[in-house]
Write a protein that binds this ligand. Structure first.
Ligand SMILES: Cc1cc2nc3c(=O)[nH]c(=O)nc-3n(C[C@H](O)[C@H](O)[C@H](O)COP(=O)(O)O)c2cc1C
Length: 409
């Protein structure tokens, strides 16, 4: 069934979604979302080179299979900042989940809690931090902060998230203004559903605001002293979200950051910035295990999660894929997306002899450039020609195994 918020259609689904991989959800989501909302999620900045490079650059690294490992039944449980998680896959903060589902972030949190993953909630969420927390009181969650120019607003946010038991803050520093996102201009996108913190502070609704207008209300001038001030006033751990080089990792740690979040905002800010996986090794070296590292942008495979962990990340975030899952299946759809990536991750763990997430951090990775970055596989549906039907290639037997015994994961 579809609900309408002032004419804007929102799904109310709550069903598992089957998929061969999470990438295919991007195309399927078009069928259940209005064009402007879909492109707000799917698009990147300018020519979207960085958006594409984020995923293709994982091919710069290869997972070396290991032999005679004497291991079975790998486990994806992990710990992060004292929180017990069932997976190292994290839900990156995304604004306005109400464009995908009527229960917005409440629905997402429900699915994430079922999967045992870490949820992070955006400053631009539709639902209140209290409502999000109430749907899964025991589940661990972080809060993403767009620092406001107005410290009374910031104070209101800190009080609310502390009361609602959020465990820490991701301070976003890579989106001081919106990247030049042409798809939003073409579709004239504005947030169609009110954003809670703006409604409660200003009485003004986020509804009807363009992305650029929303960013204008947040602080453009953020320096090391802000990290210290946020830590002091919130009493929470602060990760700096948007670190893309070793120098800035040093600066953030020097400013008192409790963690580093390596991201280029999913290719939505500077087009032409490097893919995140390519800068992760130098940042991990600079951080040298002093603080945890969160990583995201372009993650679409369990093997991508594996590579990021092996190259120094402690948690690996996904963005767009879970929002497509939310639109297509609600809470259970989000859970399906996490489960799919976890299933793929476990295959790589078994084939490399990694019993635990900690083992992945010592896995063998090679770095050879094959020049095949942007090549889809031969079985990619977008490349496949219809399969030829001949008299010889049809299955006639009643042997159901041959028909239905497809590989199950
Ligand atoms: C539709 C959309 C909205 C986003 N909103 C926020 C936000 O409110 N705050 C933030 O720090 N990052 C935001 N991001 C960036 C994500 O946290 C994350 O860095 C990015 O989506 C990861 O890339 P991926 O989508 O390729 O996985 C947003 C990303 C998307 C796609």
């Amino acid at each position: 069934m579809t609900y309408y918020y002032k004419g804007f259609p929102q799904s109310d689904r709550d069903e598992k979604i089957s998929m061969i991989n999470v990438d295919e959800l991007e195309e399927r989501a078009k069928k259940v979302m209005p064009e402007g909302a879909y492109y707000y999620i799917a698009s990147g900045a300018e020519n979207e080179w960085t958006w594409r490079a984020n995923t293709s650059a994982f091919n710069h690294y290869q997972i070396v299979p290991r032999a005679l490992t004497d291991m079975q039944d790998p486990q994806t449980d992990t710990q992060f900042m004292g929180m017990k998680l069932k997976t190292p896959i994290m839900i990156s903060p995304i604004a306005c989940h109400g464009i995908a589902h009527k229960d917005a972030e409440v629905a997402t949190q429900k699915g994430v809690a079922a999967a045992g993953a870490l949820f992070s909630s955006s400053t631009y969420a539709n639902k209140s931090v209290e409502d999000i927390a109430a749907v899964a009181p025991e589940a661990p969650r972080f809060f993403q902060l767009y620092l406001s120019k107005d410290w009374d607003f910031n104070k209101m946010v800190f009080d609310a998230i502390k009361k609602a038991d959020y465990k820490g803050i991701f301070l976003t520093v890579d989106a001081l203004v919106s990247g030049y996102r042409e798809a939003n201009l073409r579709t004239k996108f504005t947030y169609p559903v009110p954003l809670d913190f703006f409604t409660r502070y200003l009485g003004a609704k986020g509804e009807g605001q363009s992305v650029a207008q929303m960013y204008a209300a947040s602080a453009q001038k953020i320096g090391p002293e802000d990290v210290a001030r946020i830590k002091k006033e919130s009493g929470l751990s602060v990760f700096v979200k948007g670190v893309m080089c070793a120098e800035d990792a040093y600066k953030a740690i020097g400013a008192g950051a409790d963690g580093i979040y390596v991201t280029n905002h999913g290719g939505r800010e500077i087009d032409g910035s490097p893919a995140t996986i390519d800068v992760l090794p130098e940042i991990a070296k600079a951080v040298n295990h002093r603080v945890p590292i969160v990583f995201d942008s372009g993650v679409r495979r369990g093997s991508h999660v594996f590579k990021a962990l092996a190259l120094g990340a402690d948690l690996v975030g996904i963005g767009r894929p879970y929002l497509y899952g939310l639109a297509l299946g609600g809470p259970k759809g989000v859970e399906s997306v996490i489960d799919q990536l976890n299933t793929e991750l476990k295959i790589d763990m078994q084939l490399t002899g990694c019993k635990t997430i900690e083992d992945i951090k010592h896995a063998k990775i090679s770095r050879i450039h094959y020049g095949l970055d942007a090549m889809p596989s031969n079985t990619d549906p977008s490349r496949m020609k219809p399969y030829p039907t001949t008299a010889e290639n049809q299955i006639k037997s009643t042997n159901t195994d041959a028909v239905t015994g497809a590989s199950q994961h």
